[in-house]
Design a protein around this ligand. Structure first.
Ligand code: TYD
Length: 141
């Protein structure tokens, strides 16, 4: 079972020359999973909190390809970590079953989210108390 200790920053190689930069992210090579889906978030501002859910199965890597945002990750057992996503060649890896809040978006923020699973609303836990109950139950097994 993965834990909040598996959350980590990933650094991707910047291929830079006089024309600018190019960053490559390959599934199973630069990320610890096969890519099944990606989506991106923009037009959020500093007052908005997105996420506010956990996923039973999906793992993610989040990259601010433009602008900046913050992500707070909680394990439901009292531990939390905050990352500032502010460079287009770094991402944060999130295992399944962690609670995430994304906030403090800069006006120009484009947050790219790469996922290990196709979309399935049934694997989303959108109620924090339910998340804590499921995490606690998992720990007792
Ligand atoms: P939501 O989970 O609320 O976004 P966030 O994680 O940023 O808070 O998703 C917003 C809407 O988009 C919601 O109606 C569900 C839909 N959606 C999809 O259809 N497919 C997806 O892969 C995702 C992530 C969301």
């Amino acid at each position: 079972m993965s834990t909040i200790n598996d959350v980590r920053m990933l650094e991707f190689k910047e291929h830079g020359d006089e024309r600018g930069y190019l960053v490559v992210v390959e599934g199973e090579r630069d990320l610890p999973f096969k890519i099944q889906r990606l989506f991106y978030i923009y037009g959020s501002d500093s007052k908005v909190v997105r996420g506010q859910h956990a996923n039973r199965n999906s793992e993610f890597v989040l990259i601010n390809v433009a602008g900046t945002s913050k992500i707070k990750i909680k394990d439901g057992l009292g531990n939390e970590i905050i990352f500032c996503l502010n460079r287009p060649h770094t991402g944060v890896y999130l295992p399944a079953m962690v609670w995430k809040d994304m906030y403090d978006f800069s006006e120009d923020a484009v947050l790219l989210c790469i996922a290990s699973e196709h979309y399935d609303e049934n694997e989303y836990i959108r109620d924090y108390d339910t998340f804590v109950r499921e995490v606690t139950k998992q720990g007792e097994r």
